[in-house]
Design a protein around this ligand. Structure first.
Ligand code: P61
Length: 461
């Protein structure tokens, strides 16, 4: 990090417009979280002070992006903004064909429907909730092939997003390449704590897949953040630009699904990008059924323009250094208070280790869910559970999956909060940590069948 030279980073922007946020009293928060069934997804944002639920769609757009919104071409077909988006994807990521979608899961839906047959298996470097669900809905099953270190919050491995090649080889040996429509490789692995994979590892995955003719599909949602860590940590990359590293990552893969709501700094948008023409053709046929014409795919022209501009902004070194720098700042601050977190600190948020934070609670009383509610009660800071509730039930056994990682994610929106906000968040987490022995678990009293964490309701034990 440049801190080696004792120079702080600072945001490469100044603030032009502000949005007031509301402070609440403890009594108001008690009523709000009870009404929300102890689920931070069910809180009204008006009742939230600092909103660290997600970095998805919560970024502040730049003046250039807002100016781009005024250049929206809202023609039904052939909008000029689509061609700008297509050009940006081709230039930055290098994929040949682009199918716009309203957000990431829509790209996952289309990809899953056109590639997966019942009985197929999908190896990937840790599950993501929507990705795995769309694979399952298409008849496939996800197999985790990430390195073991990724499941250990205390492991300091610099590339916890890496694939364990022996695990991947074992899946190929067991099922045969014909049952594997693609290997799904996420950059800055979300559920592991925003952990990067190395280019050396990705190249080895590519080589192995080439031997069997298996496609590699990239979840590029946070690829620029992953590229920053490669520049910082991987031998041989210190002098490369973020753009060069992003391109090198994408060049190892056959296409990507993208939620533009993260790296690309927009409030809504996504796409599926592919190199294979036949697959692109199938995707285009599918997008008109579920999203809209293949030149807007559920987005307004103005939204596509904002994505095109945001993609360029996402690979700016000063931007990404400040973005990741702010996350590191919060993580170190929380660590100074002795609070257990996932290390190394990831790119898009600080992940509290709820098992170590609340060792007196069994995982089936949902410690991370309880901890997120407790932090909200303390300060109005909203976090997200990423543990047993998010992991859901095993479709075979019907039991809770009880993942190794039982985490609370403090996710930092891009270009939105200040260092002072980060201080307030860290102090609140420390306060809750001091009171941790008094925290009790929760009982789930309403459980939706799919993606239960979004709408589940709980009661205190
Ligand atoms: C998030 F609690 N992420 O992190 P869509 N791939 C990846 C993502 O991070 C991602 C999507 C695909 C969100 C929003 C969210 O369980 C949850 O544009 C690596 O949201 O459809 C989204 O992209 C899907 C929150 C999604 C969740 C699912 O906060």
């Amino acid at each position: 990090m440049s801190e080696k030279r004792r120079r702080s980073w600072a945001e490469p922007f100044k603030i032009k417009m502000v949005e007031p946020i509301k402070m609440t009293t403890r009594a108001e928060r008690e009523a709000a979280i009870r009404e929300a069934g102890y689920n931070t997804f069910l809180l009204k944002s008006e009742d939230v002070y600092i909103d660290l639920l997600t970095d998805s769609g919560t970024s502040a757009m730049s003046d250039r992006q807002w100016a781009g919104m005024m250049l929206g071409d809202e023609s039904y077909a052939g909008s000029r903004n689509f061609y700008h988006l297509e050009a940006a994807v081709r230039e930055i990521y290098g994929y040949k064909y682009v199918v716009p979608t309203h957000q990431g899961r829509a790209a996952e839906h289309i990809l899953s429907q056109i590639t997966i047959k019942p009985g197929d298996v999908l190896p990937g470097n840790m599950y993501f909730t929507t990705t795995r669900l769309h694979q399952e809905l298409a008849g496939g099953s996800f197999v985790d092939v990430i390195i073991d270190e990724a499941h250990d919050p205390a492991s300091e491995h610099p590339f916890k997003g890496n694939v364990d090649l022996r695990k991947l080889q074992a899946v190929i040996d067991e099922h045969g390449a014909g049952k594997i429509p693609y290997v799904c490789i996420a950059t800055a692995v979300n559920m592991a704590g925003g952990q990067p994979l190395s280019l050396a590892n990705l190249k080895a995955v590519r080589e192995l897949c080439n031997r069997y003719g298996i496609r590699v599909i990239h979840d590029a949602t946070r690829v620029a953040e992953n590229a920053y860590f490669i520049k910082d940590r991987e031998p041989g990359y210190a002098r490369k630009t973020i753009a060069e590293i992003v391109r090198e990552i994408c060049d190892q893969t056959d296409g990507c699904t993208m939620s533009a709501k993260k790296d690309a700094l927009v409030n809504i948008g996504g796409f599926l990008a592919l190199n294979d023409e036949a697959l692109f053709d199938a995707a285009r046929n599918m997008v008109v059924v579920y999203e809209g014409l293949h030149t807007y795919g559920g987005m307004a022209g103005r939204d596509m323009e904002a994505v095109a501009i945001g993609l360029h902004e996402s690979i700016d070194y000063e931007h990404i250094k400040a973005r990741v720098g702010q996350v590191l700042y919060l993580g170190r601050k929380v660590q100074e208070f002795g609070v257990p977190i996932v290390v190394p600190i990831g790119s898009h948020g600080v992940f509290l280790d709820a098992k170590a934070f609340l060792p007196h609670l069994d995982q089936d009383v949902y410690p991370a869910q309880a901890l997120a509610a407790e932090i909200y009660l303390d300060s109005g800071v909203r976090a997200m559970e990423r543990g047993n509730v998010s992991a859901g039930r095993d479709p075979q056994t019907g039991r809770n999956r009880r993942p190794n990682l039982e985490l609370v994610r403090l996710t930092i929106p891009r270009r939105v909060y200040t260092q002072a906000h980060m201080d307030v968040v860290a102090e609140s987490v420390a306060e809750v940590y001091d009171q941790r022995t008094a925290i009790k678990g929760l009982k789930m009293v309403y459980e939706p069948a799919q993606l239960r964490f979004f709408q589940a309701r709980f009661e205190p034990l």
